[in-house]
Design a binder for this molecule. Sequence first.
Ligand code: AMP
Length: 273
Amino acid sequence: MRLFIAAARESGLTIGLVPTMGALHEGHGALMRCAREETDYVVATIFVNPTQFDRPEDFQKYPRNIETDLAFCDRLGVDAVLAPSAKEMYPGEVLTSVEVAGISSRLEGEFRPGHFRGVATVVAKLFNIVTADRAYFGEKDAQQLAVIQKMVADLNLPVTIVTVPTVREADGLAMSSRNQRLTPEDRRNAPALYQALCEAERLIRNGSRSAPEVRQGALTLLLRNPVIRIEYLEVVDSATFQPVEMVTGDVRIAAAVWLGDVRLIDNVFVRGA
Ligand code: AMP
């Protein structure tokens, strides 16, 4: 990878990085297109990072298809793909990790202990390996994005983080590699998650400032669908991911739900009054 990067730098090219866990879809495609447009040499990484999984079965069942993924990257004009093995990424005992306090402790961090330590650490490693000028992340994982932005700011990492809006299916479901694992029935019910988030957004736009009221409105809609198990649905400050009581500034409504043994997350951003 370093030889590839050195050659690109020698030619005066700027480097764009798109980190992924593979099973690529149009959400990843949007990141790659953005990188292709804004930088000269695009590197995608495909690595199902074991240290960010809190449940071993989620790691085992995570969809993997390197051949299809390589063809996908090729079609989108990606210049180089780094798809290391876990052994290559973690050859020995790991004693160093990156922990972004505060943001990492709520929502995803609360329900997936150690998740953001795994994410921040592997992303820091990828930044050091690829030394990109710009790195592309999806708003679909808004909390992850906030964790990475804080890590970059706090550690003076020389990379610009670019945010790409969530790409959705026609029925509103956010694209995700995990969607492949939904049963046909669960797939039919899955758009209710985004509908509930839109309901929360609608309530705020219509003047509701009480976070519990907004939350309840969204929950009521979601609870109508008995196959969906709600893990959390919260109205949080868009920068800190701490819950708010009143919607006075920019907020994010973020939720995680289960359909069968598949866990889905989604969120919407709502500009405050
Ligand atoms: P993943 O492979 O799921 O770890 O995702 C890799 C990157 O793609 C992350 O920055 C995600 O936020 C982003 N991503 C995943 N799904 C979507 C989507 N539906 N729209 C936009 N970005 C996405």
